[in-house]
Ligand binder design. Structure first.
Ligand code: SAH
Length: 221
């Protein structure tokens, strides 16, 4: 039944079994995941699968991340209401919607125009405010609005782009999957004064980050 696809109950089950059970307990993150209607961020043909424990294709060879990975990356970012966050790789707009629901001001960069249009439609139909969408190559960041308290990269980078580290505020955090084309490590980079601290948070798999400080165009799917 189509009326049942996006109920609060579905989100409660998603949060309890996929997210809390795997150890994420940040109340701001959990509450955003309970609130944002994830089924409005997947293609209509996949709407009945929206709350499953996996990523889903969103067209143009791109994907909406698995709910747990969205929660994990958001928890690692550890941002607060009022902070400004830069997202690289808008995709469906779901990750941006989670951050905006937490009261964060989001700038989200996407390199593909057709994907950006889908994200814009999704954010509008979900009634999400506080996200500015930008078309461009996010590997070089978005210097005009830097520094950021948080930078989240939702595509796989061959290495951590220097430009992004340079655009982190003092106390700011960058969350980024870095590795090869098939498997990456989720890395948290923290800036504390002149110190840059890196920690690893498990293996993940993302579509490639394509651009000046990312993979070459030929890696596009
Ligand atoms: N955060 C998204 C998932 C992103 S999928 C969500 O919540 O649904 C990764 C996205 O990164 C794809 O849409 C891809 O086109 C985009 N991308 C890849 N390289 C990029 C770059 N250099 N700058 C901006 N976006 C990029």
């Amino acid at each position: 039944m189509l009326e049942d696809v996006g109920t609060r109950e579905k989100r409660e089950q998603m949060v309890e079994y996929q997210i809390q059970e795997r150890g994420i307990c940040d109340p701001l993150v959990l509450s955003a995941m309970l609130t944002v209607p994830r089924h409005l961020f997947v293609p209509d043909t996949l709407i009945t699968h929206a709350y499953e424990d996996r990523p889903l294709p969103i067209g143009s060879g791109q994907t909406i991340s698995q709910p747990y990975i969205v929660a994990l990356m958001t928890a690692l970012l550890a941002v607060h209401p009022g902070d400004s966050v830069l997202e690289i790789g808008t995709g469906s707009g779901y990750q941006a919607a989670i951050l905006a629901t937490m009261g964060v001001t989001v700038i989200s960069i996407e390199r593909k125009e057709e994907v950006l249009q889908i994200a814009e439609r999704n954010l509008n139909r979900a009634g999400i405010r506080g996200v500015s969408l930008v078309r461009g190559d996010g590997t070089v960041g978005y210097p005009s609005h830097a520094p950021y308290k948080g930078i989240i990269v939702t595509a796989a980078a061959p290495k951590i782009p220097d430009s992004l580290v340079n655009q982190l505020d003092d106390g700011g955090r960058l969350v980024i999957p870095a590795g090869d084309r098939y498997i990456q490590e989720l890395i948290l980079v923290e800036r504390r004064g002149d110190r840059i601290i890196q920690t690893m948070h498990g293996a993940v798999r993302f579509v490639p980050l394509i651009g000046e400080e990312g993979y070459l165009e030929e890696y596009d799917l």
